[in-house]
Structures are given as structure tokens and as C-alpha cells.
Design a protein around this ligand. Structure first.
Ligand SMILES: Nc1nc2c(ncn2[C@@H]2O[C@H](COP(=O)(O)OP(=O)(O)O)[C@@H](O)[C@H]2O)c(=O)[nH]1
Ligand SMILES: [Mg+2]
Length: 200
């Protein structure tokens, strides 16, 4: 049965790992540095304008947001990393939640795929590569979404593709999918992978 995308809602913005929901449905995780386009991607995939909050100012929210997709899937929005101006307290909060998701999560068995977002213009940062290294060492299935593809001209696009191909951590991912929330590039491809990994 097809997913009804009109039936998607925010279940919880969890500030503590104890609040992570335990529903027996597959979880698709979205990870990336703040401002990479994570909220925009979630809205685009779900055909919504503002289900996930798109922010001009990076690094505001430190919560793990669980979006219930038609009662059959959770989209898990991890807090963004790499925002330099964070306080020490915020950094600790970030670690407690993000590490908590991966290491203290009683339903980690429901994690099916990590969608790792990387800005297509910037390319993989040191923080992105740390995350990829972690995903790889933990044997977690992951693919890369290269965001904001509409910002690149043809030459920049080629350079960006080469950057991803040349980086061993990136080429070890299941795939690299260029995405634009403005023209819809990559949307079908990302959905195809989500459905496949979730076993829907
Ligand atoms: N040109 C372009 N801008 C984008 C795209 N996706 C996100 N953005 C912009 O990037 C900024 C950060 O987006 P947001 O979704 O809030 O990022 P988050 O912090 O990772 O959740 C916003 O100004 C978005 O409008 C895209 O595909 N193309
Ligand atoms: Mg966001």
C-alpha cells in the first residue's frame, strides 16, 4: 500500500533520549551540519511547506525530532552539528542526544537507513567526514544527499561530483544523490531508497 504523505505529523521534539518513541516502525535518520538543508529536505520529501522548521539562523534547536509518516515510518531529524558559536552546555546537549540516539536507544534495531546530508557546494567538511567514519565503523547503512544542487552551475556540479567520488568515505556510502528542494531533483531517487531500506 502506498504511503499517504498527507498523514505526516511531528510526534515529538525529544530533548532527552528517554522521550524517543518506541513504536515498532522503521526509522530513517537524517543527519548533517546545521544549515545544510535538513528541515527543507524533510519538508520536500513530505510535500509540505513548513512541517519541519526551516531556519535562516543556524544552530537553534537541539532536539531529536520524530516525524510520524502515515503510522508506518519515522523520519528522525537529528540535531545539526558544526555550528561554531555553540556554548559548552549546548555541545554537551548535542552529544547526549546524538550519541544517545545511536548508543542508548532501545529501538536502534528499527534504524534502517541514515541519510547523511552534505552541502553540494561546500563538499564534505571535517565534521561530515567524522560522521561518515562513525557510520561506517558502526556498519550503519547510509547514503549521502548532496543538498542545494540548484546553486551549482555545470562546472561546479562536475567539480562537486568529483569531490564526492574522490573521497573514500563518501564513495563508501550506498549512493550520493544530488538534491534540490527547488526543482525536485533527487526526490524520487531518495524516496526509492527510503522505501527499499525500510522494507515498505
Ligand atoms: N538554493 C537552495 N537552498 C536550500 C535548499 N535546501 C535548503 N536551502 C536553504 O538552506 C537554508 C537552511 O535550510 P534548513 O532546511 O533550515 O537547514 P537545516 O538547519 O539543516 O535544517 C535555508 O535558507 C534554506 O532555504 C536547496 O535545495 N536549494
Ligand atoms: Mg533544521
Amino acid at each position: 500500500m502506498r504511503l499517504n504523505l498527507n498523514n505526516a505529523s511531528l510526534r515529538i521534539s525529544a530533548g532527552l533520549p528517554q522521550q524517543f518513541p518506541a513504536d515498532p516502525v522503521p526509522q530513517i535518520v537524517f543527519s548533517g551540519r546545521s544549515n545544510v538543508g535538513k528541515s527543507s529536505l524533510i519538508n520536500s520529501l513530505l510535500n509540505r511547506k513548513s512541517l519541519a522548521h526551516v531556519s535562516g539562523a543556524p544552530g537553534k534547536t537541539i532536539t531529536v525530532n520524530f516525524y510520524d509518516v502515515d503510522g508506518r515510518l519515522f523520519f528522525v531529524d537529528l540535531p545539526g552539528y558544526g555550528y561554531a558559536k555553540r556554548s559548552q552546555e549546548d555541545k554537551q546537549r548535542w552529544s547526549r542526544l546524538t550519541d544517545g540516539y545511536f548508543t542508548a536507544n532501545p529501538r536502534i534495531d528499527l534504524l534502517r537507513l541514515v541519510v547523511q546530508l552534505i552541502d553540494s557546494y561546500v563538499g564534505p567538511t571535517a565534521d561530515d567526514r567524522d560522521m561518515l567514519r562513525y557510520l561506517r565503523s558502526a556498519s550503519l547503512p547510509h547514503l549521502i544527499v548532496a543538498t542545494k544542487a540548484d546553486k551549482l552551475n555545470a562546472t561546479q556540479r562536475k567539480e562537486s561530483e568529483e569531490k564526492f567520488q574522490k573521497d573514500p568515505l563518501c564513495s563508501a556510502a550506498a549512493s550520493v544523490i544530488f538534491y534540490s528542494v527547488h526543482d525536485g531533483e533527487g526526490r524520487n531517487e531518495v524516496w526509492r531508497e527510503i522505501v527499499r531500506y525500510a522494507g515498505l
